[in-house]
Design a protein around this ligand. Structure first.
Ligand code: FES
Length: 193
């Protein structure tokens, strides 16, 4: 379950709470919310009725590719296809998350803009003497874009570039899914086992 990080009782952040017997416990007055969002226990009034308003506004959530995916806009949660994640011979790498103070559109643009490699990343893996971006095509798909780009710009950090064979070409595939570009909200998430 994923929900806004606000308890409908008195507004405490549910992300400060914990999970007890499969219920999410609010840290302020101990109200418990079951999977699906309904309040199922009020410690101060254990025999009393539970008002309907004590229900979390939940969002669709799924676990895939080592990540938790949440539909912030409500509705369905279609995920991009990523068959390599479960294919022998591929190594799965989850980089650490970073907080970028920019809109989803701006972040997407930054990730698929390869012309900045030589300038912004010249200290880490790219090179200002190799700024030319080879032509590459962008394919429009029903739910986004896919671009495949082959170049001499290595993915190895500077200290390991000797490991790339002479003339090695690097292939990068970018897939952008429209339904993942959404506005940010404060959320808490937990896993229902
Ligand atoms: S604010 Fe969450 S239980 Fe009171």
């Amino acid at each position: 379950m994923a929900a806004r990080d606000v308890c409908p009782h008195r507004g405490a952040p549910l992300s400060q709470g914990w999970v007890d017997n499969g219920n999410l416990v609010c840290p302020y007055h101990g109200l418990e919310y079951a999977a699906g969002g309904r309040c199922v226990h009020i410690p101060s009034q254990p025999e009393g009725p539970i008002p309907d308003r004590l229900c979390l506004a939940t969002c669709a959530v799924r676990e895939a590719y080592g990540l938790v995916w949440v539909s912030l806009g409500g509705g369905e949660l279609p995920l991009p296809e990523f068959p390599a994640w479960n294919t022998n011979g591929y190594r799965q790498i989850l980089p650490p998350s970073i907080d970028i103070h920019a809109s989803a559109g701006r972040q997407t643009e930054g990730f698929i803009d390869v012309a900045h490699f030589a300038w912004i990343h010249h200290d880490s893996f790219a090179d200002r003497s190799d700024p030319v971006v080879p032509r590459y095509s962008v394919e429009r798909r029903p739910n986004g874009l896919r671009a495949e780009y082959v170049s001499t710009v290595s993915n190895f950090p500077k200290s390991m570039q000797h490991r790339a064979p002479e003339g090695f070409l690097w292939r990068r595939v970018f897939e952008w899914s429209r339904f993942l570009a959404n506005r940010r909200r404060s959320l808490s998430a937990r896993r229902d086992d």
